[in-house]
Design a protein around this ligand. Sequence first.
Ligand SMILES: Cc1cc2nc3c(=O)[nH]c(=O)nc-3n(C[C@H](O)[C@H](O)[C@H](O)COP(=O)(O)O)c2cc1C
Length: 200
Amino acid sequence: MSLSEELIKIIKTRRTIRQFRAEAIDQSVLIECIDCARVAPSARNLQPLEYCLVTEPDLVAEIFPLLKWAGYIAPDGNPRDGQHPIGYLVVLVNKDLMQSRHANDAGAAIENFILAAWAHGIGTCWIASVERLKLRPLLEIPEKYEIDSVIAFGFPAESPVLETASEIRYWKDAEKVLHVPKKPMNTILHFNHWNRPERS
Ligand SMILES: Cc1cc2nc3c(=O)[nH]c(=O)nc-3n(C[C@H](O)[C@H](O)[C@H](O)COP(=O)(O)O)c2cc1C
């Protein structure tokens, strides 16, 4: 497989994972993934993002109840007992370097981390539903940092299925397999002049 084919495969096979194997991950691999976040595009190259990597087991367990999982199907999407994440990456924005596009920076950096992790066989769940008022004192995060997101990670214990459909709600089937719909190309792609169907 060529490099471009491999990269496209990584991008297209990536799915959010919410069931994990209780298997450790080398810290060096995680740091390589964070290094991919570090080199992401950044508006005005201000680089306002910093990261807190949490793998200490007691702390990982304390973070778990501060997160909300798979809102459309709750509580069916919650990680089951024995299938919790083995760690978290907490993504922080330095308020001194904040600008109107910092959320774009976070998106680019987080996606880099997620795709690098997937390339190593590591599953992730990007979580914005976080009890930030409880997470901050737990990790002793200074007030000058905004908590953007928490990325849960671990080796996958589920294989969600990509569907092409116009709906937005993901679902679990009778076998508890997660199905994730994405809108069809012909409903989101426009060529040149708006509303002219022909490619030109
Ligand atoms: C900004 C953002 C916030 C998200 N927050 C949550 C969250 O709080 N809890 C959760 O379980 N999933 C969360 N997700 C994951 C989405 O539910 C998931 O990406 C979506 O269902 C599509 O699935 P896919 O990632 O497999 O394509 C979030 C994703 C993004 C991009």
